[in-house]
Design a protein. Structure first.
Lengths: 892, 115
């Protein structure tokens, strides 16, 4: 057996050699034949024939040389194109004769191929080539990294830093920079907000993209005294202005400057995710922006041809170290510059989710392959006679293998065609389920050429996977047996049976792995949902407010806006309570160093600090543990009082001291745009912990203080309502604009919707995708187990008839079939569990609060697989047990 | 053409005969092999000499024979085939096989003749 395998391998190797080195050798072979003919002819001449007669005789004796050369080619090469065409034609015809089989096989494959196409198109469009710009691979951004800490480093630069980098570098062929700016857009009714970006001269040349309508920014737009203009992004144009082309050339008041819209960009332009792009030439001499934060330019450079990332890093490090000598306090003591590819800014953690999903679809595809392979094996057994006949009529083994492979390929291509349709439909759902914040603005998720090429590749690969075993099986078969065999008697070829069983075991194992993955993600998602927030998010509406900075800078100005607004809101029917805040759960405020009067400590103490109005704790139903919340008078008088959370007390008053009346210093407030001179606050209350760094991280110490103390920081409005909070949206907008029509509302929504979109969307995506794939996998495996058993029992009908005639009870028959089937299921479960335990480690990082070997999940999944397996066994078993022995014995 | 197609059984025997020839005579070129088989079979077998080369190729691929270029007796360039140790082993197996089968077939035929 082994020897035969070896010699077959050698023959294949020889063929492969022949395939590549055909040209030269053919000539030699023909020479050899010609020489033989010459010798024969000479012999005939010597026997007294005339030369022409001798030639003819030699030909006769030698046979047809052309045919011989073809024979040889057939022997020596892998495939000839004509034959392949014939095989295709034949395969289509053969499949056309058994449409049922072909449809089942193609749909099974289509599920797997469709799912992998859909997932791959997400991966391709988000991860592999999200950017439509000219040579995006050359684009890098720079990070200043402190070599003595493991922090991310900073990636924003001051204008002088940018200019220095742009002018002094030797590694970039072009540079550009963008600075974020919240843009208030004043219109007739009130004010809206855009995400704006100030962009440096040459930005559009850098990306190499023309405008879709109008023009891009030109050098003249950057000249001092040039008429103010701006360019708009496609998405903003469509969603905010209904794609109305007449707005081109109109003037809009942006941040109190009238600017003319000169261009609208094509759909895939999404640089800096900016709604509007405003020309700005960075100048040496810093300028402050919204909410008193320094302008940060995000730098992007295009590497010169042949320049590596490392060379760019070295060059930029030298430049910035030069600046650090002049201005040391702006840099870490020891730092280097790291260059990152443009794509590294987005996706991040989500990459793991997508790769897990890809692995899941690969499993799904393999299960599908298993099913189709089993169908093919069964079909091959049924067609054994046909193949034997073909062999006897002269078809070589290679030819039979090829015939089967081509048939597989036709099935796979059919499956791929249906699969593309499935992917096309499924992609819409998938895109809707994708967490929006992980998708680069530039990417459009669609079935494009690379994705379709991937699908084709997958189809060919699957054809090889599911087609090879049946093909080899067909080729190995003994010529005589099938012709003699009438199809009766003891179950079909022992080896085919074995192979089919093995396929089922593997299928069950893979589906178990898939289901365990789905179960873990589901548990993880449920655990995440069940994480106590420490507050009640229901019936709350929230919106961030953007106040024009020219009029709102100081604490008193803020108060003059919020005091009447909050009073107005509380008077709206259905509103229970309204409050100001500086952040939105489940995130707390900004981090600040803290000191506590009378306490000394070696290490730095930190807390998140957040400013609020007196209604905050009531709006969010945050539990008061000690003392009291703020009073209206305290807030209106801007008293320096504070409420802290329980973690703060446990961490900084560990010895049961009474925190009430203690004084805490919030150092951060000293260095804000609207600084607080003596930031000492008296603690008046303690509240329960509220998640303040997202759901997965432990709660940090937190301090709340009246919003009237400083004008810096973000401004958020929170409203608790009696009924559906979404109904308050219009009232809220009216209240804001009637207080000041120059204030914009940013992302108004219910608090629950916001938390869903920002916090749960990612885990929900994993869980949804895995659950869908897990269920499809389970269905496929059920069909797989069922069809193998059904086929085996059908083959055994005669045998069962004999058994029953000899006295076997129906129960015995039932037991025999079920035991056979469940044996395979259990073997598969064993393998699947082992594989899951190994693979579990890979997904641990994506799980929240559930270990990868979570016993409950494992047990539940195994039960589900056993139950469906038993069901799949039961139907053919019962059919077998109901056989009438008389009929069974006559069965052919 | 028909010769080549219906010769599934014949091919096998031709392989065997070629192996045996190379075993008995040592390295030979294709013409020599054909002559030897012709001579031994004494015109009983109508051999299409071209098929010798198909057979040789098959044997080469299995590694049972090797080929090298040399000079024939009349000083012409010719390819010489010789049997490999693995070919020898195969020859032994096939010979035994053949003898057993032909023996059985012979016995059966004799039985038929008597009956």
């Amino acid at each position: 057996m082994a020897g035969r395998g070896m010699s077959r391998m050698r023959a294949w190797a020889a063929r492969a050699r022949g395939f590549f080195g055909r040209q030269g050798r053919d000539g030699q072979f023909e020479d050899e034949l010609q020489e033989h003919l010459n010798l024969l002819k000479e012999r005939f001449v010597a026997q007294g024939m005339s030369s022409p007669d001798a030639t003819a005789a030699a030909r006769r004796q030698f046979g047809n040389t052309t045919l011989l050369c073809e024979d040889r080619r057939e022997l020596r090469t892998l495939v000839s194109l004509e034959d392949l065409g014939r095989d295709f034609h034949y395969a289509v015809r053969a499949l056309g004769k058994s449409r049922g089989f072909a449809m089942v096989a193609m749909v099974t494959l289509a599920l797997g191929i469709g799912a992998s196409t859909a997932i791959f198109s997400v991966i391709d469009n988000i991860m592999l080539s999200p950017f439509p710009y000219k040579n995006p691979g050359e684009m890098v951004f720079l990070r200043v990294v402190d070599t003595q800490s493991d922090s991310h480093g900073r990636q924003g630069y001051t204008a002088p830093e940018y200019l220095e980098l742009a002018e002094q570098n030797h590694v970039f062929s072009a540079t550009t920079a963008a600075a974020e700016d919240l843009v208030l857009y004043k219109h007739g009714e009130g004010t809206d907000q855009f995400y704006g970006a100030h962009v440096t001269p040459g930005t559009f040349e850098f990306f190499g993209m023309p405008a879709m309508l109008g023009r891009v920014l030109q050098p003249a737009d950057y000249e001092p005294g040039a008429p103010p203009v701006f360019v708009m992004r496609y998405k903003t144009w469509v969603t905010r202005f209904d794609g109305d082309p007449s707005i081109l050339g109109k003037t809009m008041v942006l941040n109190e400057t009238p600017r003319t819209l000169v261009g609208i960009m094509p759909p895939r332009f999404g640089w800096y995710e900016a709604d509007v792009l405003i020309p700005e030439k960075p100048m040496r001499g810093a300028k402050s922006s919204f909410a008193g934060i320094m302008v940060n330019w995000f730098f992007l450079g295009r590497l010169k041809p042949g320049v590596t990332k490392e060379q760019a890093e070295a060059d930029a490090t030298v430049i910035l170290q030069g600046l650090a000598r002049v201005n040391p306090q702006a840099y870490p003591q020891h730092f280097t510059v790291k260059a990152k590819k443009l794509g590294d800014t987005v996706v991040g953690q989500f990459e793991a989710t997508l790769l897990t999903a890809l692995a899941a679809v690969a499993l799904l595809l393999l299960i599908g392959c298993g099913n189709v392979a089993n169908l093919m094996l069964a079909r091959a057994t049924a067609r054994a006679k046909e193949f034997a006949l073909r062999s006897v009529l002269g078809a070589g083994r290679a030819r039979l293998v090829r015939l089967q492979l081509v048939e597989s390929l036709v099935l796979a291509l059919g499956g791929a065609a249906i699969g593309v349709l499935i992917a096309w439909g499924g992609l819409k759902g998938l895109v809707a389920a994708l967490p929006q914040n992980v998708i680069p603005a530039e990417s459009v998720i669609e079935l494009n050429a690379p994705v379709l090429a991937f699908t084709l590749g997958v189809a060919v690969l699957t054809a090889l996977i599911f087609g090879l075993a049946p093909a080899l099986q067909a080729a190995r078969r003994d010529l005589n047996d099938p012709l003699r065999d009438s199809g009766k008697g003891v179950s079909g070829g022992f080896q085919t049976g074995r192979l089919r069983d093995a396929v089922v075991v593997v299928e069950v194992a893979m589906s178990l792995v898939l289901l365990i993955g789905a179960g873990l993600f589901m548990r993880s998602f449920v655990a995440l949902r069940a994480t106590p927030l420490g507050l009640r998010a229901d019936h709350v509406y929230q919106v961030q407010l953007l106040l024009p900075r020219s009029r709102y800078e100081k604490a008193a100005q803020m108060r003059s806006f919020f005091e009447p607004l909050l009073a107005r809101l509380k008077a709206v029917p259905g509103v229970v309570e309204a409050s100001e805040s500086s952040s939105i759960p489940p995130y707390g405020g900004v981090e600040s160093r803290v000191e506590i009067a009378g306490k000394t400590h070696a290490e730095d103490w930190h807390a998140l600090i957040q400013h609020v109005s007196e209604g905050y704790f009531r709006v969010l139903r945050i539990e008061l543990k000690l003392g009291r919340g703020f009073t209206e008078t305290e807030v209106n008088d801007a008293r320096k009082v504070a409420v802290v959370n329980e973690t703060f007390v446990q961490k900084y008053f560990p010895h049961q001291e009474n925190p009430m009346g203690q004084r805490v210093r919030l150092s951060m407030l000293q260095s804000m745009g609207d600084p607080v001179a003596e930031p000492w606050f008296e603690i008046v209350g303690v509240v329960g912990d509220v998640t303040n760094l997202g759901l997965q991280a432990p709660t940090e110490p937190e301090v709340w203080f009246p919003y009237t103390v400083t004008g810096s920081g973000a401004q958020v409005l929170m409203v608790r309502t009696k009924h559906d909070p979404a109904l308050i949206a219009n009232e809220l907008r009216r209240a804001v604009w009637s207080t000041d029509s120059g204030v914009a509302l940013d992302h108004p929504s219910t608090l629950e919707d916001r938390i869903n979109a920002r916090v749960f969307a990612g885990p929900r995506f994993s869980f949804l995708v895995m659950t869908i794939f897990g269920c499809v996998g389970l269905v496929l495996v059920t069909i797989g187990v069922y069809s193998v058993l059904a086929y085996a029992t059908a083959r055994k009908t005669h045998e069962i008839g004999i058994r029953m005639a000899l006295g076997a009870e129906r129960r015995d028959v039932l037991e025999m079939v079920v035991r056979g089937g469940l044996g395979l299921v259990f073997a598969g479960i064993g393998v699947g569990l082992a594989v899951s335990l190994v693979l579990g480690r890979v997904i641990t990082a994506q799980l929240n609060g559930v270990p990868a070997h979570d016993p409950a999940t494992l047990a539940g999944t195994v039960l589900v697989v056993i139950a469906t397996g038993a069901m799949a066994c039961w139907i053919p078993a019962r059919r077998a047990a109901r056989l009438d022995p008389n009929v069974a014995l006559r069965y052919e | 053409m028909t010769e080549a197609k219906k010769s599934e059984v014949l091919q096998g025997t031709l392989d065997l005969m070629i192996l045996k020839t190379l075993h008995a005579l040592g390295p030979q070129h294709g013409f020599g092999i054909a002559r030897r088989i012709e001579q031994v079979s004494r015109d009983v077998l109508q051999l299409n000499e071209g098929t010798v080369y198909t057979s040789l190729l098959r044997l080469l691929q299995q590694g049972w024979i090797v080929a090298e270029w040399g000079l024939s007796e009349n000083n012409r360039k010719a390819k010489f085939y010789s049997i490999t140790p693995r070919g020898e082993k195969q020859l032994a197996v096939e010979t035994e096989n053949w003898e057993r089968i032909s023996g059985v077939v012979g016995r059966v035929l004799r039985l038929e003749g008597e009956g």
